[in-house]
Design a protein around this ligand. Structure first.
Ligand SMILES: Nc1ncnc2c1ncn2[C@@H]1O[C@H](COP(=O)(O)OP(=O)(O)O)[C@@H](O)[C@H]1O
Ligand SMILES: N[C@@H](CCC(=O)OP(=O)(O)O)C(=O)O
Length: 341
């Protein structure tokens, strides 16, 4: 942990933003409770995770402090990323922490989930966070050098895979084969995490956590571990995701100035450019932006509900707080959440 904090501090100095996904809560909780055997009962595992999470956060915080960095704890569930409002909230919290130079440390919120909606392994959680913040790379550190053509613990004739394409079904066979691997962890969840991360255009590296200065060297361009390349470009992938997954809930008519800002300058949609709000929608839902002539200009995830949007339309963002009593975001739709039509 000390070495990772040191390496992440080094990456910060190079201007790189890092989010850390870390498990270890149950193991640390067992230590603190004096349990030598991992319990079978879910409630006891959850209790151990609750006790251990404090220790995990404490340990990271003190290691990062030694390098003048602040850390923050974020506990997530599947539902938090599946529901659009929570998705947007998680996204803006993470992006704000990164902007503030804080290192967010993420784990699953083991207290509130026991069933199949659990992430179950932190590889999947890492991939979802990669998509959430549109990270450039997902780095998964494990106890092997990377992916081999077969489980190196089982057979001696496994050869190392240095580079492959994320999502290639052949990789799933090497990692144990889809459907044959019940339960969590293993190389298969890492291969599937890489496939998921590639949906938003991120590349994945699977490498050994014991490799000295692994993060620093990877950031320096050194080929360590298995690289799983994403075929889709980052922005194209995001647009595809928006186009595929989201249902339109409402419309806003925007003025000519706003149309030009969106279409020609790639800017966000601010409340001041909104002429009319149509339909009923909530924060996090998809709305269409229409020109004064009624043509679709763009669509995207709204930061404000239709009720809020009606109150702040035609107003400068500096007045949002005075009108609503709070300000969620200065934009109605941030350009990262906007797809031009
Ligand atoms: N093709 C493969 N290449 C490398 N490791 C594999 C492969 N198939 C299965 N494994 C196993 O996956 C293990 C890593 O998964 P896991 O123990 O869940 O790691 P972590 O706890 O780091 O997430 C390796 O130690 C190895 O035994
Ligand atoms: N959230 C739990 C378990 C997470 C988990 O199993 O992750 P992994 O190390 O990827 O198998 C913990 O912190 O102990």
């Amino acid at each position: 942990m000390r070495s990772w904090a040191e390496q992440i501090a080094g990456l910060h100095r190079l201007g790189k933003e890092v989010v850390l996904v870390s498990s270890g809560a149950i193991a640390e909780g067992m230590q603190r409770l004096g349990w030598s055997r991992r319990p079978r009962e879910i409630d006891e595992l959850q209790a151990a995770a609750a006790v251990g999470q404090v220790g995990l956060a404490q340990a990271y915080e003190s290691h990062f402090n030694a390098y003048q960095l602040r850390s923050a704890q974020i506990l997530l569930t599947h539902a938090d990323l599946a529901e659009r409002e929570r998705y947007l909230n998680a996204r803006s919290t993470l992006l704000t922490l990164l902007r503030l130079g804080v290192v967010p440390i993420i784990n699953e919120n083991d207290t509130v989930i026991t069933d199949e909606i659990k992430f179950g392994d932190n590889d999947t959680l890492g991939a979802l966070v990669t998509n959430l913040i549109e990270a450039e790379a997902l780095i998964i550190l494990t106890d092997q050098r990377g992916l081999y053509t077969a489980d190196p613990r089982q057979g001696a004739n496994a050869t190392f895979v240095a580079v492959a394409e994320a999502g290639d079904p052949a990789l799933e066979v090497m990692a144990g084969g889809a459907g044959t691997h019940i339960g969590r962890g293993g190389m298969l969840t890492k291969i599937l995490a890489a496939k998921r991360a590639a949906h938003s255009g991120a590349c994945t590296v699977i490498a050994s956590g014991r490799e000295p200065d692994v993060l620093t060297r990877l950031a320096g361009g050194e080929a360590i571990g298995t690289q799983l390349i994403a075929r889709t470009a980052r922005m194209a992938a995001r647009k595809q995701w928006m186009a595929d997954h989201l249902q339109v809930r409402g419309r806003v008519v925007i003025d000519d100035g706003a149309c030009a800002k969106l279409a020609r300058e790639g800017k966000s949609l601010l409340p001041i450019g909104i002429v009319k709000v149509q339909g009923v929608f909530a924060r996090g839902e998809v709305i269409v932006c229409l020109s004064p002539a009624g043509q679709e200009v763009a669509r995207g995830l709204t930061n404000y509900s239709s009720t809020e949007a009606r109150l702040i339309q035609r107003r400068p963002s500096s007045e949002i707080e005075a009108v609503l009593g709070y300000m969620l975001e200065p934009e109605l739709i941030h350009r990262d959440n906007l797809v031009l039509s």
